[in-house]
Design a protein around this ligand. Structure first.
Ligand code: NAD
Length: 278
């Protein structure tokens, strides 16, 4: 079997067109503030991409490039100013923050209805309670990519590798909401292959280049690769793509899978945040 490629880039275009249309129909433009502290090269690329895409769609994007040495207190004050701004509907604090700043404290200071990343305790708690408000875009991306294959998620065995609060856990919760039987594997899981071999749906989000090998994958499985790893051979995912595609039924490439869908759904989250302001 050779897997069908799930084209995240193509799918993301449809979502972006939809978001653009909805913005055009609105009287007011959505406002997004992106806060970038310091000059982490990867963060600069991500922020540049989010800024470019949001402007293309007609979102008012305000970018705040702050000095690496900014104090935690000053950063909290800046976020609070954005919380108060009526024309800002969504706030993204680009992670990671410099070592001397407590990431969690700053992320949690974003008002829940402006938290378009879905990282605050209120939004995470809502997700646990099946009362979704703003859901992390990467987790939404995984679900949309699975659904695009036309496969029903209900009743399937889904295995997620990774338990981070930005990807692994929210994907797990969304899969439960879709009535999958979901399992999380992580860095302390013994014999990961025992779990993954049983997975109809396998989501790799561990940040370990090519961790998922061909012999760990069930024939015909849907494989979603969230990983973005910078290696000597360029950017690779958490899945050994070239070999795994010989056994999987569907597979996402890296790049061109989860990445573009994440950006598109982040922008969709801004529309949802705008609705919450009404
Ligand atoms: P993280 O470092 O916060 O979490 C990694 C998780 O993987 C942890 O829960 C850990 O227990 C688990 N893990 C680590 N090593 C493992 C191993 N050897 N076996 C099994 N589990 C292991 O990472 P994250 O923020 O969740 O991101 C994961 C990957 O996804 C990274 O490569 C990141 O760059 C990528 N990512 C991509 C997007 C996107 O838009 N495509 C978005 C977010 C993250």
């Amino acid at each position: 079997m050779v897997a069908k490629i799930i084209d995240g880039k193509e799918l993301s275009k449809k979502i972006l067109e939809d978001v653009k249309k909805k913005i055009q129909q609105n009287n007011q433009k959505p406002g997004l503030a992106i806060v970038l502290v310091g000059n982490n090269p990867a963060s600069e690329i991500y922020v540049g991409l989010k800024e470019k895409k949001s402007k293309e769609l007609g979102i008012n994007c305000e970018r705040y490039d702050l000095d690496e040495l900014i104090s935690e207190e000053e950063l909290l004050n800046r976020v609070d100013e954005l919380n108060q701004k009526k024309d800002i509907h969504g706030i993204v604090v680009q992670l990671p923050l410099p070592q001397h700043i407590n990431d969690e404290l700053v992320v949690n200071s974003v008002l829940p209805h402006k938290d378009v990343d879905g990282f605050t305790p209120v939004n995470q708690g809502n997700l646990v309670n099946d009362n979704n408000m703003l859901v992390p875009a990467t987790a939404r991306a995984c679900i949309e990519l699975i659904k695009s294959t036309g496969t029903e998620i209900k009743g399937k065995n889904a295995v997620i590798i990774g338990r981070s609060k930005i990807v692994g856990k929210p994907v797990f919760l969304l899969l439960l909401q879709e009535n999958a039987t979901a399992t999380i594997c992580h860095s302390k899981t013994k014999n990961i292959a025992k779990h993954t071999k049983n997975a109809d749906i396998l989501i790799a989000a561990c940040g370990v280049p090519k961790l998922v090998k061909k012999d760990m994958v069930k024939e015909g499985a849907i494989v979603i690769d969230v990983g973005i790893n910078r290696t000597d051979e360029g950017i690779v995912g958490d899945v050994d793509y070239e070999n795994v595609k010989e056994v999987a039924g569907h597979i996402t490439p890296v790049p061109g899978g989860v990445g573009p869908m994440t950006i598109a759904l982040l922008l969709d989250n801004i529309l949802q945040a705008m609705e919450l302001h009404k």
